[in-house]
Design a binder for this molecule. Structure first.
Ligand code: PGA
Length: 255
């Protein structure tokens, strides 16, 4: 059984005071949630203080990016060891905003994923097609290429531990969610590729959907057989909203 995993991606939002306020409001709201892994991917500047606040809870801390080198002359970059030092369990790599706005290529993303595994953290590797690629019916080709290249350095014996996030770029921050059925179709395709590449371990990898996930649509997405979680941007910024998201079973009952 793959354990559901919901990750908040705060992107470039929240001061220290705002982040601490979120955690203080969020933790009591999720006190009764069981069998769901909850992850907060927060800006580097609040990792330390959010990590302190999360101590004693089951909520995991994550970074939104990392540099593959262990250290050196890489001005403004952050190494895996620095994230481990702050108690991070995960780091997002290859988010479409990193790919499109900062020119990150699959090879660089592959090095980051391998560095995380080598340093005791786990990568959340993002893939997903743009609107143009979807309209040109290139979704499967693009996702296949991104998967193959981004996971090129993941050893088979560690594969089961990684997380993949499928985020169609046209659904991110647009309010335009993929339908549960079309998300499932791509997830099933990703699952086949992972099993081809990693054998049985590929069936254990958790697949998150991302792109305008909200309390109102999370249940239908999570009910799809190959959707094991969600990577949530906008709707993760408010503690009440993200608490409703991680309680997705209750959302289903109320719909
Ligand atoms: P969104 O962002 O939920 O605001 O669409 C998702 C993401 O980019 O991870």
């Amino acid at each position: 059984m793959r354990r559901p995993i919901l990750t908040a991606n705060w992107k470039m939002h929240k001061t220290v005071a705002e982040a601490e306020g979120f955690v203080d409001a969020f933790l009591p709201r999720i006190a009764t949630v069981r069998d769901v892994e909850i992850v907060l991917a927060v800006p580097f500047t609040v990792l330390d203080r959010v990590g302190q606040r999360l101590k004693g809870s089951a909520v995991q801390l994550a970074a939104q990016n990392v540099h593959p080198e262990a250290g050196g002359a890489f001005t403004a970059e952050i190494a895996v060891g620095m994230l481990a030092d702050l108690g991070c369990r995960y780091a997002i790599v290859g988010h479409s905003e990193r790919r499109s706005l900062f020119g990150e290529a699959d090879e660089f993303i592959a090095r980051k994923a391998a560095a995380l595994l080598g340093g005791g953290l786990l990568p959340i590797v993002c893939v997903g097609e743009s609107l143009g690629e979807r309209e040109a019916e290139r979704t499967f080709e693009v996702v296949r290429r991104q998967l193959e290249a981004s996971l090129a350095r993941v050893p088979k014996e560690r594969a089961a531990e990684i997380v993949i996030a499928y985020e169609p770029v046209w659904a991110i921050g647009t309010g335009r969610t993929a339908t549960p059925e079309s998300a499932q179709e791509v997830h099933a395709f990703i699952r086949e590729r992972l099993v081809e590449r990693f054998g049985g371990a590929g069936a254990q990898i958790r697949l998150q959907y991302g792109g305008s996930v909200k309390p109102e649509n999370v249940y239908a997405l999570m009910k799809q057989p190959e959707i094991d979680g969600a990577l949530v941007g906008g709707a993760s910024l408010d503690p009440e909203s993200f608490a409703r998201l991680v309680s997705f079973e209750a959302q289903g009952e109320s719909q």
